[in-house]
Design a protein around this ligand. Structure first.
Ligand code: TPP
Ligand code: DXP
Ligand code: MG
Length: 627
């Protein structure tokens, strides 16, 4: 079988174990090679090669619904459903998406990018199937990391009580991005190490199944004996107690074991969970031996050495912010750091090593992370919560009800603010401004560079009330260490360059682009006033009054949603104060932004030199005509 000729998974039905193993090896080799050029979630995918093949062999997709939680581990699924020849475009502009995408294939029945949604979605699909009297399987695949997410636990609670038939595949590789954490993880560990109990239970059940005409009485006795097995050997069979039949643990790299388990699962009428044990990064030494989380997902790499290509000369924003927080933590014992499962991405590993007792990785649990931070603050600590903009969306009510309403001293580092690039639609950090600014107590800042970020971090740890610092994916500018800025005052914007032809207001990395535009105008003897709106909330009302009184045209450029963005706040302010300035905005319209290189995406949106220049020119000319 030439894997480049695969159009759909039907061919798997007739394959024997030897052929399946050969296919697995071919797919692994292909993934290692292909991701070395494009980057991607290589570690997660190498771990599920056999599992995905086995699922497509045993289930009839798309009639049977196979749903991937998070969706970062669906590459093999994409290959088996006819997309292998698009892998050279993986996660690139207009290319193959790194997550399931309905418009790519009828086999992608659920889209995700954020974790822990698959069980709720599967329950919805299974309920619909039953109401419509259809007959097919619903098969969500969820990782041990995603299982710690609140939604997954809410779904299990519901699935177990409703006894909704579905086959849950728990892919347990003991890793989230970083090594998995938490009591659920510990429980899975105990189950894994109690293989003898599970074997005994499994053999016993199989033996009973094979006795013809097992009467109800015998079944009763059997169930009781099974229960005593359970209590004798295992500290708590969580899933069975919830009403979900547990099968496993199964070696997820062994076709015979997968075969038996999936056949058994298909025979069961209620909800069943197959506990599949896999090795993340399987088959590629660098990824397989990774104990940190580097190989979960990454950019292009050198296959032989595992060297990650495209290194930068400056540190990442995450690293800069985390290290600055750490330096404050040396001085103030009340400072603690919290992350919902992103110690690697948010670069908190240094903090964790230095102050393990003041560092908390709570697993994929954004809501809990936010309210726990609120609790820490209520008890007099100074929590620093690092959270990606996109994942902060999960904890909105916690941010509003627990942090902001109680005006607690929680300092939030909003990592990956703005466009993130290759992860695309599900991960762009472009909504936080719109949903944070209505919160009455919140302060929201974004620095123009790392020196200003240092000032903001200092301010945050001395501020009374909730405060957040946005910072982008990518690396800091690398400005001169000697540069010092005047003291930062809460809510005060900065004039970067003076001029009265037009005011352009922006914040964060976009300011550099705006400054380039102003420099170009300067060469034409047109002076533009560039404003660094480093406080997105509160806005600088006194500067806006000045601009209002001058009636100067204002152009707002923001790498964020226009709805509820800085431009709309400025517009409201001017309206409320009866100023008549002409105001234009460049930013993200009411749409989702797909994957691609950030610069390509910015160009597409119109946050580009050419577009800002053209809009500015138009406004200057119009203003000249009117005056
Ligand atoms: C709500 C949410 N929080 C955090 C993440 C970031 N994230 C993506 S994958 C992942 C680890 C998932 O672990 P697991 O489910 O065990 O899958 P594995 O990669 O081990 O196969 C995390 C934390 C996310 N995608 N969604
Ligand atoms: C799938 C997922 O949510 C993460 O793996 C994410 O892709 C990490 O993004 P960064 O590479 O920006 O840390
Ligand atoms: Mg895992």
């Amino acid at each position: 079988m030439n894997i480049h000729e695969i159009t759909n998974p039907d061919f798997l039905e007739d394959m024997n174990t030897e052929q399946l193993e050969k296919l697995s090896a071919d797919i692994r080799a292909f993934l290692i090679e292909s991701c070395s050029k494009t980057g991607g979630h290589i570690g997660a995918n190498l771990g599920v090669v056999e599992l995905t093949i086995a699922l497509h062999k045993h289930f009839n997709s798309p009639e049977d619904k196979i749903l991937f939680d998070v969706g970062h581990q669906a590459y093999i699924h994409k290959i088996l459903t006819g997309r292998i020849n698009e892998f050279d475009t993986l996660r690139q502009y207009k290319g193959l998406c790194g997550f399931p995408k309905m418009r790519e294939s009828e086999h992608d029945v659920w889209e995700a990018g954020h974790s822990s949604t698959s069980l709720s979605a599967a329950m919805g699909m299974a309920l619909a199937r039953d109401i419509k009297k259809e007959d097919h399987y619903v098969v969500p695949i969820i990782g041990d990391g995603a299982l710690t997410g609140g939604m997954a636990l809410e779904a299990l609670n519901n699935i177990g009580s409703e006894r909704t038939p579905m086959i849950i595949i728990l892919n347990d590789n003991e890793m989230s991005i970083a090594p998995n954490v938490g009591a659920m993880h510990n429980m899975l560990g105990r189950i894994r190490s109690n293989v003898s109990y599970n074997r005994a239970k499994y053999d016993f059940e199989e033996m009973i199944e094979n006795v013809p005409q097992v009467g109800a009485k015998l079944r009763d006795i059997v169930d009781r004996v099974k229960d005593s097995f359970k209590y004798l050997f295992v500290e708590g069979v969580f899933f069975e107690e919830l009403g979900i039949k547990y099968l496993g643990p199964v070696d997820g790299h062994d076709y015979e074991e997968l075969d038996t388990a999936l056949k058994n699962a298909k025979d069961f009428k209620g909800p069943v969970l197959v506990h599949v044990v896999t090795k993340k990064g399987k088959g590629y030494t660098h990824a397989e031996t990774d104990e940190i989380g580097t190989w979960h997902g990454l950019g292009p790499y050198k296959i032989e050495t595992g060297e990650v290509l495209g290194g930068k000369s400056t540190v990442s924003w995450s690293e800069f912010v985390s290290n600055t927080v750490l330096s404050h933590a040396h001085e103030d014992e009340r400072i603690v750091a919290v992350t919902p499962a992103m110690p690697v991405g948010s670069k908190l590993t240094n903090f964790a090593r230095t102050y393990p007792e003041r560092f908390f990785d709570v697993g994929i649990a954004e809501q809990h992370a936010i309210t726990m931070s609120a609790g820490l603050a209520a008890a007099g600590m100074k929590p620093y919560l690092a959270i990606y903009s996109t994942f902060l969306q999960r904890g909105y009510d916690q941010l509003l009800h627990d942090v902001d309403r109680q005006n607690l001293n929680v300092f939030i580092g909003i990592d990956r603010s703005g466009l993130v690039g290759a992860d695309g639609e599900t991960h762009q950090g472009i909504f936080d401004i719109s949903f944070i600014t209505p919160l009455p107590n919140m302060v929201l800042m974004m620095p123009k560079d790392e020196r200003e970020a240092s000032q903001m971090i200092e301010l945050a740890f001395n501020h009374d009330g909730p405060i957040a610092l946005r910072y982008p994916r990518g690396n800091v500018n690398g400005i001169d260490d000697e540069v010092t800025y005047p003291p930062l005052e809460l809510g005060k914007w900065e004039n970067i360059s003076e001029g009265d032809a037009l005011t352009i207001v922006s914040f964060g990395p976009t300011l550099e682009l705006v400054q380039d535009v102003a420099d170009a105008f300067k060469k034409e003897n047109i002076n533009i006033n560039v404003v660094n709106a480093r406080f997105i909330k509160p806005i600088d009302e006194s500067m806006l009054h000045e601009l209002g009184q001058k009636n100067q045209p204002i152009l707002v450029v923001e790498e964020s949603m226009l709805e509820g963005g800085l431009g709309s706040m400025i517009g409201s302010f001017m309206l409320d104060n009866n100023y008549k300035n002409s105001i234009e905005r460049i930013g993200i319209g009411n749409e989702y932004i797909e994957h691609g290189n950030v610069n390509e995406l910015l160009d597409d949106i119109g946050i580009s030199f050419d577009n800002i220049y053209a809009k500015a020119k138009e406004m200057v000319n119009q203003d000249n005509e009117e005056n």
